[in-house]
Design a protein around this ligand. Sequence first.
Ligand code: UDP
Length: 327
Amino acid sequence: MKVLVVGGAGYIGSHAVRALEESGHEAWVFDNLYQGHRGAVPADRLIEGDLLNPADLAAALDKSGAEAVMHFAALALVGESVTDPAKYYSNNVVGALNLLDAMREKGIWRIVFSSTCATYGVPPSSPIDESMPQVPINPYGDTKLAIEKALDAYSHAYGLGVAALRYFNAAGSHHSGEIGEDHDPETHLIPIVLQVALGQREHVTIFGDDYPTPDGTCIRDYIHVEDLCSAHVAALERLEQGQMMKLNLGTGNGFSVKQVIDACRKVTGHEIPAVMGERRPGDPAALVANSSKAFETLGWKPKYTSVEEVVASAWRWHQANPNGYAN
Ligand code: UDP
């Protein structure tokens, strides 16, 4: 299939491009390079443009000859979504609706959409399955849920085949060592801890140890980015017209902030000083996926199940590229 990967120069999008090509598909990238990196994608497959400009989208769908779309291009910083919600509604909601309009105009009906466990807000219990209520607690989660709902309605009315994939915590890097995680600013736990190991930061601050978890720090489900992307390809290949898949993507294993820091110490051999800080607003105590629906629907399973393997994969990229794509 010819696939337009919207946001394909970003962290997860660039790994999806590799996963598509490794499965024999032809991947094209549409990206405005706001957060994405030119170095993360093949130059002859990059179409620069903006989701907020419908003419750019129409041109990209024509040039790529796309039969399907994967949509990764969204802003994803919870704190920024609280202080500047207009930016989030514009990019994440208006941009996605523009994409759906452009697809309808060209008769393209397959879409895989990056959704998030943030749509569950503070879940009533953990692990989380897809039947739990979706009650986001910040504008970022609201924008993702708004698009899930639009996709539901569009699928029903216009026959779109949709996979809305609710990610837990993506981490790690491609086995080739050629692409990895490079955010500015970096806010995610694993890259921050590895920056301490590289001597780029003096310490990591643990955001609270008074949560109702065994060691008091927050628990998350860290899924390797290659596992995440192989699930995208499996979903794409199974989509049927008018179908709406809503699937959690996680490993089912939760690790606390302290356990992640310990894994990073073990993998890097660095002592990694940690300082206790305040809770970060909006952080639920535990977010762990029940992904059995994805296992059954997609015939898929994550290959990486230990957080140490995920950290080791991230560490290879960060060690070789201490300044990310700026190298
Ligand atoms: N975290 C932390 N210190 C940091 C960054 C993150 O203690 O410098 C914690 C954060 O509060 C959360 C977990 O690490 O409990 C994972 O955070 P991240 O931002 O990587 O992903 P999120 O779960 O917010 O999507």
